[in-house]
Write a protein that binds this ligand. Structure first.
Ligand code: NAD
Length: 292
């Protein structure tokens, strides 16, 4: 069995790493937050003191960090992996970053004779815990085939989208749909509340019709409960729309819906709600409508 190094043990990374441990893999874990490293290591694996240390001892390195600057730190920063990766190892970044950054990362590591995949995920904390993530993969077929047994421990729907960066491009598309759907559900449930009808019954009725979606189901319930514990943090959703808007700009694709939701997320962040779940768009809608 290949030895796995796992870097980034937050809301997503911790349960993903734990599923690999349960499946019998030997794991070496690291998070910049030492307490998180120790918490995961205590469930049956060894802890590392740096990304460098992880790369030195692993056949497969997986990263699950918030954004591009953190990933750059893991790769090129002090005690980063770039001077430690072993030739013939496999690097899988599962964070959500821009496709262009994924390609830059790919080229730098391939020059070190490392196989590289971008493999962002969808399915949230529950998907990570239940190992039902949808995983969108970019990179060579050879690297994909090597990674597949490991990815199958963390996810169910695993699709090789195309070459380097293709997984991240698919994830950008995913995040547009997620953000706009959350905003749609938030607007609809706010309207129902303001009209004085039972918003819980509206959700129940709509779940059986054409407006049915997992977001109406899961986030609709969060909105009814006013429960905005993350989940997926508002500032990370904003980061993903930034990627979408930049990509749209580069490819000359107007994304008017994404622009509007990005502005609403900016308003939430400006109010101090960056760490709330992205479904907190409903909190903002409620406040703007004078009902919360
Ligand atoms: P999180 O903030 O809970 O966890 C990120 C972890 O990375 C933290 O524990 C942090 O300490 C660690 N970290 C940051 N910089 C580091 C570094 N230089 N070295 C080592 N560790 C470092 O975030 P999350 O919700 O787990 O999301 C992780 C990634 O997955 C993001 O790119 C996010 O967009 C994506 N994602 C999240 C969800 C979700 O529902 N939470 C769903 C799909 C995709």
């Amino acid at each position: 069995m290949e030895r796995i190094g796992f870097i980034g043990l937050g809301i997503m990374g911790a349960p993903m790493a734990q599923n690999l441990i349960k499946a019998g893999y030997y794991l070496h874990v690291y998070d910049i937050d030492h307490d998180r490293t120790i918490a995961v290591a205590s469930s049956g694996c060894s802890n590392a003191s740096s990304a460098y240390h992880v790369a030195r001892t692993s056949d497969i390195i997986i990263t699950m960090v918030p954004d591009t600057p953190e990933l750059e730190q893991v790769i090129w920063g002090e005690n980063g992996i770039i001077d430690a990766v072993r030739p013939d190892s496999l690097f899988i970044d599962m964070s959500t970053i821009a496709s262009s950054t994924a390609i830059r990362m790919h080229d730098a590591l391939v020059a070190k004779k490392v196989q590289v995949l971008d493999a962002p995920v969808s399915g949230g904390q529950t998907g990570a815990e239940q190992a039902t993530l949808s995983i969108m993969v970019g990179g060579s077929k050879q690297a994909f085939d090597r990674a597949l047994p490991v990815l199958k421990v963390m996810g169910k729907n695993i699709v090789h989208i195309g070459g380097p960066g293709a997984g991240q491009m698919a994830k950008t598309c995913n995040q547009i749909i997620v953000a706009l759907t959350i905003q749609g559900v938030a607007e609809a449930l706010t309207l129902a509340k303001k009209a004085g009808i039972d918003a819980a019954k509206v959700r129940e009725a709509l779940l059986g019709g054409f407006a049915q979606s997992r977001i109406l189901d899961v986030h609709g319930q969060r909105m009814l409960d006013n429960n905005y514990q993350p989940g997926f943090k508002t500032h990370l959703q904003r980061k993903d729309l930034n990627i979408a808007l930049q990509t749209g700009n580069e490819l000359a694709v107007p994304l008017p819906g994404s622009s509007q939701v990005a502005a609403l997320l900016d308003a939430l962040i400006a109010r101090g709600d960056a760490e709330l779940d992205h479904s907190a768009l409903a909190k903002l809608m409620g406040e703007m409508s004078g009902i919360d």
